[in-house]
Design a binder for this molecule. Structure first.
Ligand code: FAD
Length: 455
């Protein structure tokens, strides 16, 4: 007989620390669904910002996967890796980068699990070239609501596979992932940075870098207004070859911690303005107009994971936490919509340290997957109560009018009716989920809010 899982009562939150809900959290070494359990929510390393990995209700079982992280199979010729869903990208990098392999797609933190990457269908700085994470997945092991373990993939139970990619853990518990890693010669990135004076220049620079650079991203000082609206720094990179680099791989960097919740004054418009101005000055080389591109070799960690250098950096936003806002809008609407979003945020005085802007390539086949051909903008909004929620609703209205959508891994407050307008393929996804989990046993605070699941 399967023994019951040991679960502890805990407060659970996403990376934005808002909202916080009680739940029963289990961290098993073997992923299974014990009989007699009701509502279940899979959870990885809790790096989704909002309420995607936050339980719907107190008696829900939160099944945290990070202890289930065994490597099950590895083919050093093709780079095909099969592992339990709790394995993190940090571990994959530690074990496989010295052997010349890199995750095919990585978000801006390596402290994410394979299961979380599939469930959010994460995208990286290479979306314009390579698409999202799901495109590199060959097989999933999935525990469905009736307790059966199913294998699915692009060529096997395809509908269920596609509903699980980007399906936010609502089709079942992903137990195993088979993924193709990318061969690289070194852990160094050949990087070019360029200061840009405004949004038009940023869009043009992103566009111009599409063909030649596999990784691109822009940082925007979202407090700059008027003629300087959208000023920032464009970074582009590619994996450096062995011939280009100093001897050896970059040394792993040690992270610094944030020991306390930051004080409110750190989030004052004045302090934010000072930080953003300093960042732009340091990175762009001079104030105002475009600086000449600057070339350097940097470690993959500083290129992909600058925020991982400060553990618990989410505490910088103080006790009240923060909301992330990330949307994507089609290219045609792109610039005007981005301008309106930035102007509204500046007007609301809802300062964010920096905003990130990126080019996205074509949407993948999964119905709930976030990226679509266009431009994506993401930023932090310190949580100041109802005013911040109202601002997100206003930003969402701009996104809907532009034909875009928001990213569920970042969301905590979007309204169900707004989400339905953003996702034309939602009914198709719902039909598959209802077939596999008619009682919505897999449920999160987010699915109660956005999909009308019972609480
Ligand atoms: C600093 C930072 C930068 C980021 N940058 C990016 C970025 O560039 N691109 C991007 O796409 N995202 C980005 N993210 C978001 C992050 O990559 C995703 O939210 C990721 O899915 C988190 O993985 P996790 O293992 O922590 O999952 P969690 O946050 O624990 O869970 C996320 C979702 O996945 C589900 N889930 C987790 N494990 C399983 C499983 N085994 N089976 C079924 N469902 C499961 C959960 O139910 C939940 O819905 C960033 C986050 C941070 C904190």
């Amino acid at each position: 007989m399967t023994p019951p899982l040991r679960a502890a009562r805990e407060s659970v939150a996403g990376w934005g620390r808002m909202p916080v809900r009680p739940g029963r959290v289990a961290r098993p070494e073997r992923l299974r669904l014990p009989p007699g359990e009701g509502i279940v929510l899979p959870r990885g390393l809790g790096r989704a910002y909002g309420d995607a990995a936050v339980p719907a209700r107190e008696d829900a079982l939160v099944l945290a996967t990070p202890r289930a992280d065994r490597i099950l199979d590895w083919d050093p010729v093709s780079g095909r890796l099969t592992a339990e869903a709790g394995l993190s990208l940090a571990e994959i990098l530690r074990l496989f980068l010295p052997r010349g392999w890199f995750p095919p797609v990585t978000p801006g933190t390596k402290f994410v699990t394979l299961g979380g990457c599939v469930a959010c269908d994460v995208h990286g700085k290479n979306h314009h070239c390579d698409g999202s994470f799901g495109g590199f997945v060959e097989r999933l092991g999935l525990l469905t609501a009736d307790g059966k373990e199913i294998a699915c993939g692009p060529d096997l139970d395809r509908e269920l596979f596609l509903a699980t990619v980007g399906g936010m853990g609502l089709t079942g518990l992903i137990t195993e992932v088979t993924l193709r890693l990318r061969p690289v010669e070194t852990g160094w990135i050949a990087m070019e940075t360029e200061g840009v004076a405004n949004l038009e220049q940023m869009a043009a620079a992103l566009e111009a870098s599409r063909e030649a650079w596999p990784y691109t991203v822009g940082w925007i000082d979202c407090l700059a207004a008027g003629a300087g609206l959208g000023r920032g720094v464009l970074m582009r990179g590619r994996h450096a070859t062995r011939a280009e680099v100093p001897t050896g791989d970059p040394r792993p960097r040690r992270a610094l911690g944030v020991p306390l919740d930051a004080p409110e004054w750190l989030l004052s418009p004045l302090a934010m303005r000072a930080f953003n101005g300093l960042y732009y000055w340091m990175k762009a080389g001079r104030r105002g107009g475009a600086a000449r591109p600057h070339q350097s070799l940097v470690s993959y960690e500083s290129f992909f994971y600058p925020l991982d250098m400060i553990t618990d950096w989410n505490r910088l936003y103080g006790r009240r936490g923060f909301l992330q806002f990330q949307c994507v809008v089609p290219r045609a609407a792109g610039l005007a919509a981005m301008r309106e979003l930035l102007e509204r945020i500046a007007r609301a005085g809802s300062a964010s340290f920096l905003a990130v802007i990126k080019d996205c390539g074509p949407a993948g086949p999964a119905p709930l997957s976030f990226p679509m051909e266009g431009v994506t903008l993401g930023l932090d909004l310190p949580y100041r109560g109802p005013a911040t929620v109202t601002l997100v609703h206003e930003l969402n209205a701009v996104v809907i009018a532009a034909g875009g959508r928001i990213y569920l891994a970042k969301d905590a407050v979007t309204r169900a009716e707004d989400f339905a307008q953003m996702m034309p393929r939602l009914p198709e996804w719902r039909a598959v989920r209802d077939r596999w989990d008619p009682a919505h046993r897999f449920r999160s605070a987010q699915s109660v809010r956005l999909l009308g699941d019972r609480n």
